[in-house]
Write a protein of this length. Structure first.
Length: 170
């Protein structure tokens, strides 16, 4: 699939079928995460791939009862790693590592779309509750939850801001 096609066609999917994602596809998603760019190539990120139904329900509860999370066959949680990112001081811990997780997950979301899967970025969740559910060590901070699965329904594209409002040439 052409990259621009994937960017323009990808949608936020909140309704999934019970399709089981093949292991080869999951390996492709992992590759997309690992090959994403990273600040200073520190790769200060950690990802959890969750298929356990009970754990998915706990994450959905932590995410303000967004039940579609538990309905996805796979849920990926992206975490920052302060032990690695601290090399760049406060900016590394508070910004670079979050950017590392974000760009990695976006690469994975585009790879998922190219595989016929749907995803949605979930940032609204109680962080401590999610960390407790995953039994995360203190150096890992969950910053995004991404359900992954075959879309049951694909919404239409939302409106975009104009080029003039979004871009300024200097």
């Amino acid at each position: 699939m052409d990259v621009m096609q994937a960017i323009k066609e990808r949608r936020s999917i909140r309704s999934f079928t019970d399709y089981r994602i093949p292991e080869e596809t999951i390996e492709n998603l992992i590759e997309a995460l690992l090959w994403a760019p990273s600040a200073g190539n520190l790769q200060s990120r950690k990802f959890y791939f969750i298929r356990d139904d009970v754990l998915k329900m706990r994450l959905a509860a932590a995410a303000l009862d967004q039940t579609f999370i538990a309905e996805a066959p796979l849920v990926v949680v992206g975490c920052t790693d302060s032990l690695i990112s601290s090399r760049y001081g406060e900016r590394g811990v508070n910004l670079y590592t979050v950017q590392d997780v974000a760009v990695s997950l976006m690469c994975m979301m585009l790879a998922a779309h190219a595989e016929g899967l749907g995803t949605v970025w979930v940032g609204a969740f109680r962080e401590k509750e999610a960390a407790t559910a995953l039994k995360l060590p203190g150096n890992l901070r969950p910053v995004a939850i991404v359900p992954v699965g075959r879309p049951a329904r694909v919404p239409t594209a939302p409106a975009r801001v104009s080029r003039e409002d979004a871009v300024t040439f200097l």
